[in-house]
Write a protein that binds this ligand. Sequence first.
Ligand code: 5GP
Ligand code: SF4
Ligand code: MG
Length: 456
Amino acid sequence: CGVFGIWAPGRDVARLTYFGLRALQHRGQDSAGIAVGDGQTVLVRKDLGLCGQIFSDADLAAMPGKVAVGHVRYGTSGARSWEAAQPHLSTIGDVIIALAHNGTLVNSDKLRLELIRLGVPFLSDTDSEVAAKLIGYFTEQTSHIREGIRNAMEMIEGGYAMALVRENALYAFRDPHGIRPLVLGKLDDDSWVVASETCALDIIGAKFQRQVRPGEVIRISDDGVVSEQAVEPRACATCIFEHVYFARPDSVVNGRSVYSMRYEMGRQLAREAPADVDLVIGVPDSGLPPAEGFAHELGLPFGEGLIKNRYVARTFIAPTQEMREMGVRMKLNALPDNVEGKRIVMVDDSIVRGTTSKQIVRMLKEAGAKEVHVRINCPEVKWPCFYGIDTAVQSQLISARKDPEEVCDFIGADSLAFLSLEGLLRSVPTDGYCDACYTGRYPVEIPPAFSAGKFL
Ligand code: 5GP
Ligand code: SF4
Ligand code: MG
């Protein structure tokens, strides 16, 4: 998911949030929503679909206010429904808040039952609504939203980056491991912005200030910006898959663009698994920068071999295998002019189920490629993610069951190699990372009830 928040009295906060969400649309296409605080109350508008389809000019004009949050959803918990769309509104007593959440909570089922017992109603089955109601409940109990957020952060476990709006203030906070990303930016008139990625700051002309720290709560209101370490930070475990696949290449993390990291992954991959070929191609979009790096490292030509239809959303969202297979063909087509008669290296970001690679290899061969050598710029995905990326249950992860040679056979490639974990870590800034989908080393313990049926 993508989250965005803005505190900008005197500005059109709903419209600026809309622009921020457009820049974060790659982070989720299930639903989108905006919540505005106008000093008196909080108004939410959300729906299924892309934000460009949901919000008209008139809708945005009808949402005046000085503070807002927005969300684009990529469902990892709960069904794809209007009720599951965010921001989630929580009205308990006279406390009205709206919450936008990126990530997944691993213990929300237990907390939901406790809240239901306390008489708190639920509209959806999502973990995010549990977080919203939990914060609302504790805020009502303690009369302080700081206490509400702190109490909730002490209870919820998992990966989360959240932006919350009240009638007159914006709050932003991250889980104590910093699994999901969140950055703070500033407009030139002392307005403040938070967003999942810096590309959402760029679009509205905000300047990057810093990352929201793990376990930190930032409050932005008429009293300015106040930071509080609400819960003790734990070992830093930023999601490394953001750098491999999820984030936009023009986003910057620790002073380095995601593009430059992916380029470096490709160079590293070329050193680890070179190939004697005529052309290096990348699978658009996230395979392109590492393909460029791969070609550069070996002094090989880099060119376009696959053309992407830019009007089709990411394929992972499609629920059934049949739709997923259709999805790849709707999205990508081979370019025979460049690949015919050639030995090709095809670089892609990851193999999850193997569906995408299999179809692309076939497409390239049908377009006349003599050999197709697949290079993947991350290690084998062997473990499910429980912190906000939908990498399927373990039995569906092809590398959990097959070694690289068998996967190579399955996808019909002439050779296959994955970037090593060491090589991946060498290509990114030296933070602490979560790499559980490759190693099974989960930074936050997964309760058995939550992982039931998801491991082999
Ligand atoms: P596979 O077809 O092997 O199941 O999936 C791999 C392809 O899906 C890769 O091309 C990658 O770009 C994309 N992908 C990998 N993980 C995700 C994810 O979590 N979400 C989305 N939307 N796409 C993904
Ligand atoms: Fe990211 Fe993988 Fe960790 Fe999930 S398991 S948070 S995808 S690194
Ligand atoms: Mg892809």
